[in-house]
Write a protein that binds this ligand. Structure first.
Ligand SMILES: Cc1cc2nc3c(=O)[nH]c(=O)nc-3n(C[C@H](O)[C@H](O)[C@H](O)COP(=O)(O)OP(=O)(O)OC[C@H]3O[C@@H](n4cnc5c(N)ncnc54)[C@H](O)[C@@H]3O)c2cc1C
Length: 373
């Protein structure tokens, strides 16, 4: 996006990428259908040490702008849920559109090109496997650390440090949680089961499905919770966020119905079976004491787990944290210290929620820098 915009301004542009193909993350994004933006984008959908940093770029490049490109290339798209726009056919179409736009703007792309050193005197000098390049602007768009198999590296953070720009602490995010050993043993049989839940972490409450995996928890609300989670913190999971199970127990108080039969009316059967085998003792409701029912209700509304960790960078959709936004102009993405040096996309400490926000940040910050670099 940045190369296209720079090229349109008549700049001579070279995109250097060590990967063999362009846009590898776009290709795998959205399960291969690329959730390329979200109609409801606001700065509130982003996390950063400076929550206002993304406002300016997002105001200048809106979902309508990326849609113009998508429509120009006749790429069919649809709204999945809550404003999330996906390609009908394939993420590959977005890559092709960007490549063609680059071509038309005269921006050259060099793939399989390794960068060994960057230095700066009057100009930037970039030493690569294909020789030395010099330029008066240098834009770092090397993304985060997640999915190293797709070419991700900490290169961008290293460049920032080299030029004495601060980098905030980074962590894998939008990533599944891994259970502690005991929970893993209990719940691994539930892999593939989803529960409409609400995951709370600190004061943050995220509604949506959780998905049991062989090792822990995934699904939209667990992934989103990983943005806020720090090691050792508990997750509180409401397994029945739309129901007051106390009321249900009260109305069935005299019933001889087994607890697990009652719960199976509200939760997946296999989940209830495991829950009743390990967390409570199933018996007829009328034989449960008030105290027992209260504790069961509490367990279901505030299931407390302390994850062992997350699945890490190999699986994370994004890297939270990055180049400290105080180092950059929110209008241009240029370093305040080093004139001509720009950082855009995921390498910057701006992380979007799940739902097309991260790619939109990549487009918007790229567009912003593209007007100045
Ligand atoms: C599985 C998966 C699914 C995702 N799905 C979505 C989604 O549906 N919607 C959404 O909004 N976001 C999604 N994301 C996140 C989104 O893909 C990223 O936030 C976005 O691609 C970041 O764009 P970027 O240009 O900053 O970095 P990237 O897209 O990561 O691009 C960085 C480029 O820099 C190159 N590079 C890295 N290091 C070097 C180096 N040392 N030398 C030369 N080149 C280098 C890489 O090869 C790569 O081409 C997903 C991520 C993953 C991993």
């Amino acid at each position: 996006m940045c190369a296209i915009e720079c090229g349109k301004r008549g700049r001579t542009v070279l995109v250097i990428d060590h990967a063999e193909r362009t846009g590898s993350k776009i290709r795998v994004s959205g399960g291969g259908r690329c959730n390329f933006t979200n109609l409801n984008i606001t700065p509130d959908h982003y996390l950063s040490r400076n929550l206002h940093f993304c406002t300016s770029a997002l105001a200048r490049f809106t979902p309508r702008d990326i849609l113009s490109l998508v429509e120009k290339y006749h790429i069919a798209y649809y709204e999945k849920e809550e404003g999330q726009l996906f390609c009908v056919k394939s993420a590959r179409e977005i890559i092709t559109a960007l490549e063609q736009e680059c071509g038309q703007a005269g921006a050259e792309i060099r793939l399989s090109c390794r960068v060994s050193d960057i230095s700066h005197a009057k100009m930037f000098a970039v030493a690569t496997s294909e020789g030395m390049f010099s330029s008066d602007s240098l834009v770092i768009a090397t993304g985060g650390l997640s999915y190293s198999k797709l070419g991700a590296s900490d290169f961008g953070h290293e460049v920032a440090r080299k030029f004495k720009l601060r980098v905030t602490q980074v962590k894998p995010a939008l990533v599944p949680f891994v259970f502690q050993g005991r929970d893993q043993k209990i719940f691994k049989g539930l892999a593939g089961i989803t529960v409409a839940a609400a995951v709370s972490i600190g004061r943050k409450k995220i509604r949506g499905n959780i998905l049991f995996t062989h090792r822990g928890l995934s699904g939209p609300s667990a992934l989103q919770a990983s943005l806020y989670w720090e090691p050792g913190e508990p997750l509180l999971i409401d397994l029945l966020p739309l129901l007051d199970i106390d009321e249900v127990f009260l109305s069935a108080r005299q019933s001889k119905m087994e607890l697990h039969t009652l719960l199976a009316g509200h939760l997946p059967k296999r989940f209830v079976q495991t829950w009743c085998d390990h967390m409570v003792i199933s018996k007829p409701i009328n034989q449960c004491s008030d105290k027992e029912l209260k504790s069961i209700a509490e367990g279901l509304h505030t299931w407390r787990i302390i994850p062992k960790g997350t699945e890490g960078y190999d699986v994370a959709e994004v890297t939270a944290g990055g180049v400290n936004t105080n180092e950059l102009s929110s209008k241009t993405m240029e370093s305040k210290k080093i004139s001509g040096l720009y950082f855009i996309g995921e390498v910057v400490d701006v992380t979007g929620l799940l739902g097309g926000y991260n790619l939109h940040w990549a487009w918007a910050s790229g567009y912003a820098a593209g007007q100045f670099a």
